[in-house]
Design a protein around this ligand. Structure first.
Ligand code: ZN
Length: 240
């Protein structure tokens, strides 16, 4: 079983028009959409105790999903650091949509993660650029979302981004909308679609991508990264 925690800011959904699209919250829509026998899913929110991630939840998470927007700055730096250490140790991290501007994503990657954006509800067409990658399994080589927020280049992410999806928008912009990284033992996937006023997290292809990403990001091992003083592996006589 992969222990999945879906963290959602869960503020937009308390008012219209988002409430009508995601009455139970985006985290629960995603959980329902990717639900499967091999996934043990927990949904948490910013306003839960300890901002949704007390030690016992974080330490029992194999893959963490992250959706935030308005309240990035409210997240405690102490929690951001604990999440970062857990990623370096091996926890998978999947950052969704406006999570690109979260403290968590920026601290793990070390760049501004800034981009260009426009919210007019234009069409987005995604293209698979790495069809043999596990995250693209059973995903059509191209598919469209009728309405999405435009996220465009330049996207200030590190140069080692492996591009899995590219997006084209009706307004002419393009964007690296699905990218992977590895930091320490942890695998990271950023996936751009998911503006709160559109039903993106009910889209079959989007849910397939997220489900694939969870399985891809599941840890091979979780071991804290730290400096270790060590004994030699072979016996030898120390020179005088
Ligand atoms: Zn948005």
């Amino acid at each position: 079983m992969i222990r999945v925690t879906i963290w959602n800011e869960f503020r937009h959904e308390k008012t219209e028009p988002v409430k009508s699209v995601y009455p139970e919250g985006m985290h629960r829509a995603i959980a329902a959409g990717i639900s499967a026998d091999d996934l043990d899913i927990t949904c948490v929110a910013l306003d839960d105790p300890e901002q949704g991630l007390p030690e016992e939840i974080l330490e029992n998470t194999d893959v963490l999903l992250w959706w935030g927007h308005w309240a990035h700055r409210e997240l405690s730096d102490e929690l951001v650091n604990r999440i970062r250490q857990r990623v370096l140790a091996g926890m998978g991290l999947i950052v969704l949509h406006s999570g690109h501007d979260s403290k968590v994503f920026k601290s793990v990657l070390g760049t501004s993660c800034s981009l260009r954006w426009r919210q007019v509800g234009e069409k987005e067409r995604l293209w698979v650029t790495a069809p043999a990658h596990p995250i693209a399994r059973n995903v059509p080589r191209t598919f469209a979302l009728p309405h999405e927020e435009m996220y465009g280049e330049p996207f200030d992410i590190p140069d080692d981004a492996k591009i899995i999806f590219m997006s084209w928008f009706q307004g002419g912009d393009v964007f690296r909308s699905g990218v992977t990284f590895q930091r320490g033992n942890g695998k990271i996937f950023y996936f751009a679609p998911g503006h709160e006023t559109f039903p993106t997290y009910y889209d079959k292809n989007i849910l397939t991508v997220i489900g694939n990403a969870v399985r891809w990001a599941a840890p091979v091992m979780i071991e804290p990264k730290q400096c270790i003083q060590c004994q030699p592996a072979e016996n030898f006589t120390k020179e005088p």
